[in-house]
Write a protein that binds this ligand. Structure first.
Ligand SMILES: [Mg+2]
Length: 297
């Protein structure tokens, strides 16, 4: 189990690890493989980190996880034009929220709402909500519904929460067992079935899984691939793991951002995560938010 001194390190590792993946993958979003990833340029973060950051700000403001406050902070950021590269469902929800719609009604519905917009911003919730608790699980679902009123989008976001909790609170548990541990706790969904399939036998490589399921912004493509990436972090190292994911193309920034959040949680901020995150212009701001979150956990 995690000791109390390690929690701040895990939170900062999560938020900044996600920002590293987002920034590295941003230049290649929508491209087809093979992609040669160049890592020596200063890259920009986008909606993945910005929505996560806004979620942190809302938790700090409400001193708890409150969907109404998260929706209100999203609207504030949206009106101030602080989001870059929003997906269609998130954009639609934010437009409706900004026009006065209630948070429980604004989220996109139907099959087209199975994108990764909820999964990409759910990470901070993992330090406050335990999916083993029914009330917490309902709260996670409500946080997803602000933008995505869809069971697959919820299952994929829940998978991210479980993966982050595994990485943070079960530090002795090996990362290669992550897909199995997540699949066991998910409701019936494509995300669960894919994680189950991955966990039988040897773990597939990042490249093999990307070819098998695809790399689109469909939540059930994005999240299992990000989880496989994070499962390989100890053998590949953070930077190579993120570059491998990005080289597979598709929704590169979101896949790398989620993998960076999970892997960064396990690695903590010290060392490689801090080294890779320091060139980001948002480094100090994200570090400050991580420290404020830690005081509430
Ligand atoms: Mg993306």
């Amino acid at each position: 189990m995690i000791s109390p001194i390690e929690i701040p390190n895990a939170i900062a590792g999560c938020i900044l690890g996600g920002a590293i993946g987002d920034a590295l993958g941003g230049a290649y979003e929508g491209q087809s493989p093979p992609i040669e990833v160049i890592t020596n340029t200063v890259a920009r973060i986008s909606d993945n980190t910005q929505l996560t950051h806004a979620t942190c700000e809302a938790i700090i403001e409400a001193k708890c996880v409150d969907p109404a406050t998260i929706a209100a902070v999203f609207v504030r950021w949206f009106k101030a034009r602080r989001f870059r590269g929003l997906g269609a469902c998130t954009l639609k929800a934010l437009q409706e929220l900004a026009a006065g719609q209630h948070w429980a009604l604004a989220g996109a519905k139907g099959d087209r709402a199975a994108g990764n917009g909820a999964a990409m911003r759910i990470a901070p919730i993992a330090f406050f909500c335990n999916p083993e608790d029914d009330d917490d699980r309902a709260l996670i679902r409500n946080v997803c519904r602000i933008t995505h009123h869809n069971e697959e989008a919820y299952a994929a976001a829940l998978a991210v929460v479980i993966a982050i909790r595994y990485s943070a609170f079960h530090r002795d548990a090996p990362m290669h067992l992550l897909p199995k541990a997540v699949a066991k706790r998910l409701p019936d969904s494509v995300t669960r079935d894919r994680l189950r399939e991955i966990s039988t036998g040897d773990l597939p490589s990042i490249h093999d899984l990307a070819v098998r399921h695809g790399t689109t912004g469909y939540a059930a493509d994005t999240v299992p691939l990000a989880i496989i990436g994070a499962s390989h972090v100890n053998t590949l190292g953070l930077k190579s793991m993120l570059c491998d994911l990005i080289s597979c193309g598709g929704d590169t920034d979101t896949i790398a951002s989620i993998a960076g959040q999970i892997a960064g949680t396990r690695l903590g901020l010290d060392g490689v995560v801090a080294d890779l995150a320091k060139p980001l212009s948002e480094y100090h701001e994200l570090l400050r938010v991580s420290q404020q979150l830690r005081e509430l956990v």
